[in-house]
Design a protein around this ligand. Structure first.
Ligand code: AMP
Ligand code: ZN
Length: 483
């Protein structure tokens, strides 16, 4: 209903122009997004999942603005080397080398683990999950298209000549000018490359070796370079130019500049393939548990094991602007869970109310504040407070309030009208006492308190403490007890 004159006046920060720009869709009424997906050689950590919470909020916001959304998220099951540049091993081949399972099994297993996290975090299903290995013939076609004018062959395969396109690396921030040549510290040299930043389009399997994943190509048997897949799947599924390309901020330095260079070569122009390039900042963790190589690394199931509902992590992400670094801490996660509980308590009263008019005049200030915040480069921290204030609003029609809260939650994805309080109370896996035993003691203690038998109630509090349960009398959250 809205585009091309989008009444949301959605403003988004474009990493390419380094400016906040008003969103204008390429195809009237439609929005097309491509998000770089996970490399499925291991479980995703919660930092990875921040990238998809961000992309999800972006997609939901475009839906709220009235666009018909087509979202693509790819699954990288080939090509991503242990270094983002062109050295190191293929992450999947490496994982398979140390395992009894085939590379295909490994990819399937970790793709499913990622999808489980996606679901638990209320990340909507995109229109397409594109699997890189399904597109290898298309990648070969694409490479053939650009090979003559933009590539050269080395022993290791086909390389992209980054000096063959204009403004190579304009997206990246770490480019330094040295002796008139662009050099980037993280890229290791491959002998024979014309420019330090040149990268593999096709990685030929070395003589006498074989890979579990390899295909025939005009440049020998081998596998595609990582950057190629995103250019190809973006073009095939969304067409150039599409509206928005997303990824984590690390992709701004190598992966996306290389994608852009390939797209320029393919289009025969300076066009980057997408109108807006957006990057979420990192979730950082001072304990070092985010590293996939550490034993107990920070995965969503670990949070759940420790008693945190996955949506508490979504809340934690929403509380920060996507372009800010977010520091993970258990205290921070606990605070996010508490905030989510408060929202649920407030929304509970609306659950059984018939939906009224979300455009009700009395609620307009809240709706306007929410809309202004989310249109301002997805300011989720501010939109959350607008939602909280709307929930607290007095003397408003509850049906209208329900309708507005539902619309706001369509953007934030916290499940406020479907989640039950009890869903949020997850018992930590290592809790000593059983749920029933705790409930029994709590009920007995309530009875003792009602009978003003404080000696007994104190004794029961002691029993509970011994079971690892701290009773919090007078807790404003009402049903709370803490393990
Ligand atoms: P990968 O599986 O390494 O390709 O990463 C998947 C996505 O997670 C990419 O968009 C990365 O940029 C992003 N990412 C990686 N680490 C973090 C982090 N600590 N915080 C936020 N996003 C991240
Ligand atoms: Zn990508």
């Amino acid at each position: 209903m809205n585009a091309p004159d989008d009444p949301c006046e959605l403003r988004l920060f474009n990493s390419l122009t380094r400016k906040v720009e008003t969103f204008r869709s390429v195809h009237p009424g439609e929005a097309r997004i491509y998000s770089c997906g996970p490399t499925v050689y291991n479980y995703p950590h919660i930092g990875n999942m921040r990238a998809y919470v961000f992309a999800d909020v972006l997609g939901r916001t475009l839906t709220w603005c009235g666009y018909d959304l087509t979202h693509v998220i790819n699954i990288t099951d080939v090509g991503h080397l242990t270094d983002d540049g062109d050295t190191g091993e293929d992450k999947l081949e490496k994982a398979a080398a140390g395992s009894e399972r085939s590379i295909w099994d490994i990819a399937r297993h970790f793709t499913q683990a990622y999808w489980d996290d996606v679901k638990a975090l209320n990340i909507r299903q995109p229109a397409h999950w594109s699997i890189a290995t399904d597109y290898v013939p298309a990648m070969i076609d694409f490479a053939q298209n650009i090979a003559a004018d933009h590539c050269y062959e080395l022993e290791g395969g086909l390389y992209f000549d980054t000096s063959s396109v204009a403004h190579y690396g304009a997206l990246a921030r770490s480019v330094t000018q040295e002796d008139g040549q662009e050099t980037r510290g993280r890229i290791a040299q491959v002998s024979g490359k014309r420019n330090a930043a040149d990268f593999a389009i096709w990685r030929r399997t070395p003589e006498g070796e074989s890979r579990q994943m390899e295909w025939d190509s005009p440049w020998g048997r081998g596998a595609p370079g990582w950057h190629l897949e995103c250019s190809v799947m973006g073009e095939k599924l969304l067409g150039f130019p599409f509206d928005i390309h997303t990824g984590g901020i690390d992709h701004r330095e190598i992966h996306h500049p290389n994608e852009i260079a390939q797209n320029q070569a393919f289009c025969g122009s300076d066009a980057s393939g997408a109108n807006i390039w957006m990057h979420n900042n990192f979730l950082v963790d001072r304990t070092g548990k985010m590293s996939k190589s550490s034993g107990e690394f920070l995965r969503l199931p670990l949070l759940i094991e420790k008693g945190y509902h996955p949506l508490a992590y979504r809340m934690m992400c929403l509380q920060a602007h996507y372009r800010s670094e977010l520091e993970f801490s258990w205290d921070g996660l606990h605070a996010a869970l508490t905030r989510l509980k408060r929202l649920l308590i407030a929304a509970e009263r609306l659950r059984d109310v018939d939906e009224g008019d979300a455009d009700d005049a009395r609620l307009q200030p809240f709706r306007d504040r929410f809309a202004a915040a989310i249109a301002d480069d997805l300011n989720t921290p501010k939109s959350l407070t607008a939602l909280e204030d709307a929930l607290a609003a007095k003397k408003v029609d509850t049906g209208a309030k329900r309708a507005l809260v539902a619309r706001m939650d369509d953007v934030l994805g916290l499940g406020l009208l479907t989640l039950a309080r009890s869903d949020l109370r997850i018992r930590p896996k290592d809790a000593a006492a059983s749920e029933d035993a705790v409930a029994e003691k709590l009920a007995a203690r309530e009875q003792a308190r009602a009978a003003r038998d404080f000696a007994r109630s104190d004794a029961l509090r002691g029993d509970l403490a011994a079971m690892g349960v701290e009773v919090m009398d007078g807790d404003p959250l009402g049903w709370e007890w803490k393990l």
